[in-house]
Design a protein around this ligand. Structure first.
Ligand SMILES: *[C@@H]1O[C@H](CO)[C@@H](O)[C@H](O)[C@H]1NC(C)=O
Length: 179
């Protein structure tokens, strides 16, 4: 009897595990985006922005969906040789699912694709000094993601006209990492 219960339990665990891999591409549930994240890949039209010393080279720590539909985003980055914390409150624009934040100009971003328990891909536009730059970000719940997801990200970048050489892998590049 005990064994039977155990096997039923295992089946449930497995079923639950498979359920975890649901890729969402629209109607995102922002509350499910909340929690800890790690920057995996960054891409930009302007490569220098995501290279060392680049303003967009940021390491995400967490995202929290607030009750008023704004997002609280926490990052750190190295600037002037020191690790600095960056906290943003991003408000939803009039368009559902599109968020805005002021940093190095004005930015609008939205989620392209997510598997809430595994990864999320953002697309953003930065408006700064009459210049528009587009970029993409891949965040993982863990410090790294499956290579297939990285490939998928590169394809999405290409689709938006961002070449592969403008994609940076930041999985082992955090200068502020404790380990
Ligand atoms: C939502 O709440 C946060 C934190 O209190 C605040 O900073 C932000 O401006 C609020 N957003 C809106 C749209 O009022």
């Amino acid at each position: 009897m005990k064994l039977l219960l155990l096997s039923v339990g295992l089946t449930l665990v497995c079923a639950h595990h498979e359920e975890k891999h649901d890729v969402v591409t629209s109607n995102f549930d922002m509350s499910k985006i909340s929690g800890e994240w790690h920057t995996i890949l960054l891409a930009s039209d302007v490569k220098e922005d995501i290279e060392e010393l680049g303003s967009m080279r940021m390491f995400v720590e967490s995202i929290q969906a607030l009750d008023n539909s704004s997002l609280l985003l926490k990052y750190h980055k190295k600037s002037n040789g020191e690790c600095a914390e960056l906290t943003f409150v991003s408000e939803e624009t009039e368009e559902e699912g599109i968020y805005s934040v002021f940093y190095e100009g004005y930015n609008e971003f939205h989620i392209v694709e997510a598997d809430y328990n595994d990864y999320v891909i953002f697309y953003f536009l930065n408006y700064h000094n009459e210049k528009i730059t587009q970029g993409m970000e891949l965040y993982g719940r863990n410090p790294d993601v499956n290579p297939q997801i990285k490939k998928r990200f590169e394809e999405l970048c290409k689709y938006h006209g961002i070449p592969e050489e403008n994609v940076q892998d930041l999985t082992n590049a955090d200068p502020c990492s404790q380990d």
